[in-house]
Write a protein that binds this ligand. Sequence first.
Ligand SMILES: *[C@@H]1O[C@H](CO)[C@@H](O)[C@H](O)[C@H]1NC(C)=O
Ligand SMILES: *[C@@H]1O[C@H](CO)[C@@H](O)[C@H](O)[C@H]1NC(C)=O
Length: 698
Amino acid sequence: MWHIALVLVALTARPAQAVVGGEPASPPEPDAAVIFTQLHGFSARIEGIKDDRLGYYSFFGIRYAEPPVGPRRFQRPVRQYLAGEMMAVNQCLPCPQRDPYYPQRVIGHEDCLCLNIYAPKMPAEEQGSPVVFFIHGGNYMTGSTAAYGGQHLSQKDTILVTAQYRLGSLGYLSTNQKDASGNVGLFDLHTAMLWIQDYIQFFGGDPKRVIVMGQGSGASAASLLAMSPEGRSATGVAALSGTPLSPGAIRPDPAKHADTIAERTGCPKTPAESLLICLRQLPHEKIVLADNDMNMDMVDTQKFLDEVSGRSGAGARVEGEDDLRGLPPLVADAPAESLKKKQKRVPMLTGVTSAETSRAVFGKFNKFLTNQIQNVKDFLKKDLVGGLQNVVKDVGGLIPFASQVQTLLPIADYYTNNLLEKSFTIADGLAKVAEATGDALFNLPAYQSVQQWSSGGKAFLYSFEHVGNLSKGWHFLPGVPLAEKSENSSMQVPQNVQGPSHGDELAYIFEPLDSDGKPVGGEVSSTDARVRDNFVGLIANFAHGVEDEAGKKKNGAANKNLFDSLLSSPDGKNNQFLKIGNEMTISKDFRFCQLGLWGNMADRLTGDVCKNLLGNLLGITGSLAKPDKVAQGLTNQLTQAGNVGQLLPVQSSQSQNQLPGLGGLGGAGGFLSNNRQSSIRPQKQKPIFPGSDGLFDF
Ligand SMILES: *[C@@H]1O[C@H](CO)[C@@H](O)[C@H](O)[C@H]1NC(C)=O
Ligand SMILES: *[C@@H]1O[C@H](CO)[C@@H](O)[C@H](O)[C@H]1NC(C)=O
């Protein structure tokens, strides 16, 4: 019934709006990109751009909140309603951030709380289109809506709304006190969602079907919003390469960062009120420059791990139930705590690219890592894997039983055991860094988020594995270390880590736009076009509704087949995931043994699939110990780990010394280098979309 009501609103509203601000407005062409709204006591006329070739409509630079300047800096946003006449043809400036190309400079403007809309059709009597509300990535510190074009989604009857939000300390400064309770950047996004609820009907949208989607830190933000009672208008969440359990999702100690800002700007640390008064008087550039230390000459292992985890600088925090002013929080609980609660959740689609960190490892951090591998004894084993273990251990809910067992599992051995050959190259070593960081910082959080989310709602996992020629991550994520274009192309990247890196999937969903909002263009191969069609179709289908019976009927079998078959696994274990390569296929056992190691999954580690691998690693020290026996011991340890922490019979740190040489490792070495998809037995894949071009047509 609701859509009929909306149509009535839209139809009856029109004649009344022919007069705006007292001046007669010229009647629009029947098909022009002109919108009339009437709401909250204001009427407005908004003119955008129609793309005649593809038949979609874009509206740029619509302000959804008052400029957060002056006394409003660090405060929650104030809604702005549509009023008067407006040309929505130019994007807003980005929110203040470092210039990615000249890091000592600051770009952007504080008056940046704008959104862009790409709509397939103007309001009519038919049902409105579902909406994808997209939150760009950039570690809560960089990025804008500029590059993300919505023409492909619009071809699948789906609206794209992209919104800017405050970044860095301007968006997240928090002293843990009511003066600066933090998360105002998230509240910006929340306000944009309220705007969508109000206004998207006038743009031909359906406010009852709005998924919130993000990438990187934007994906973490999207999941925080979808988990919050305040974000309940979302009907689904699509989290690309970021999750509620990602190490970069939540800053554990925002007050410490506020202290750093105080030191770097010369403002008083306490009381919080004085800090804020002082910071409000500074030009925003000073605050942006104080936000992070860009000195890459000083990179050490900690800084490397912080950068690839996206956890440096200011970011979202857990507010607690009460901010002492009685205002509702957005993030009341730590994500791990929320996920434990028995509550209904909207469907979640999350996933990774298959080589998230490869570009950073072989590019920006190549020199540093090469140096470490060559000069620091046991760098991979101790500094890298040890450091990663600390990172993931700090994320609540990521590793069950973390303190008891985790350090005793042979994780480090797994990533180093075929490097003991004298002949291993630097590229091999870097490949291990890429593999270990990808597993710990991206694959594990994605997997665990799906597992925990599914206690209250449907959750789907994908892995994007297509290496193509469309724009790369740096186009969308300038300034993000993981996406930075590599200047060092001389090194041959080993095959198993050649997959797409962080952000490389974005051009397979969005049309990359240049800084003027024009498509970058260029040749698109038929393979790339097909992959893009599949991925856009996946997102559009998800937005159209995986649960809504009407949606299923409307979209035919495609939705039902895809999402249902992802959930129903023959063995009932729900280990399936969607592999997005040249074709889309359903695959199973995503990084099975590696995630078993990182996540302390006893059943995996001692089961048949991982037996060979683990038996070898555990059998190394006690040369007489039978793998079976060790496995039995391990099962006992792990099954007790919830209550007690007993030591495993094997200390991984000893194992390297006593290695009987590579021969003793049997097949494990070959497995490591050849089999990106991780299970010992070959993956069984059934192509589900042979020539899937027609499948996503609505
Ligand atoms: C590029 O790779 C080569 C070979 O490993 C290395 O010597 C050089 O320092 C690297 N350059 C940068 C900028 O990382
Ligand atoms: C990318 O471009 C190269 C060179 O034109 C071509 O050989 C290759 O097939 C393209 N890859 C895809 C996935 O289209």
